[in-house]
Ligand binder design. Sequence first.
Ligand code: MRU
Length: 364
Amino acid sequence: MVPTVEWQDGEVVLIDQRRLPAEQVMIRCRSHAEVAAAIKDMAIRGAPAIGVAAAFGIALGVRNAAGEGPALRAELDGICQELASTRPTAINLFWAIARMRRRFETEQARGGAAVRQALLDEALAMQSEDLAACRRMGDIGAELIPPRARLLTHCNAGALATAGYGTALGVIRSAARQGKVVNVFADETRPHLQGARLTAWELAQDGIATTLIADSMAGHLMARGEVDAVVVGADRIAANGDVANKIGTYTVAVLAHENGLPFYVAAPVSTIDLATPSGDGIPIEERAAAEVTHHGGRRMAPEGVAVRNPAFDVTPHRYVSAIITENGIAREPYTESLARIAALPFNAENAEKATRFEDAEKGK
Ligand code: MRU
């Protein structure tokens, strides 16, 4: 796979996901403003990838900044504000900005050059930690997938949405490696078609059997017994386990519940927002009407029609069978299990501890 986002010779380089799969075009960002524009316009998208891109954007912005001392801090404030204003729902964006600011605070006494290097090191660490987290959550989540599974996923929670490997697609990749996956239904995911363009492309590259469906077909296939489990990603998980993810996820969750199918969410700890008690507090991004009225640049709807375009919805935790993280699997009651998992530093030992905690929870 082409890397989603990289630091190359003082530039933030990312693959333009709007042009995939037809063309593989790289965007070279030379300023934090260009990184912010790439996030806002969805050249790069997916919660963890947005977080990593923003971290590189801050490292780039501070490197380009002329000031020192209080002037540099003022420039950092402006850079962070610009990046924070791009997309409101993915908590990874704000998590990444907060982490970069903390690093700035601890390093600033060492002087300008050291701070600039430390911020780049922090962004590079976030990139490699996200990749490690995806691989770990893939292996943990694969244990939940039954043999000969026919899975369904929504949107793209793959390598392109992360530093690599993916969250939901990471689970699917690990399960496929274990020979457990017979087929993956990829919802096309209107209106931006991340499922049709990105998920179908990623899975085909990995040789995983994939069947593309329009979003409205999921219920029909579930009712006919053609799906065994659903695995999706998340943009923000509230403290009570409510999950914000790409618009249409809620519909899929209700359909899974109606048809007695497990509905799994895979997300790194950086997607858990313990400060937001429930999904009611999650801001939902509304995007341009043209994403709904137009298809492939061509208008499909009459001029002047009223349009709503919420980019995300919230799946209540009662529909979520389990949340798979790099620190283990959380289940109801999520208020307890998520708090415990989020407090663990990420390493293999703690992932094991978290799984033991989850087992203890199940035994209650
Ligand atoms: O609008 P997008 O494409 O950024 O939305 C992406 C999703 O909803 C993903 O499922 C989510 O960010 C998880 S990505 C690992």
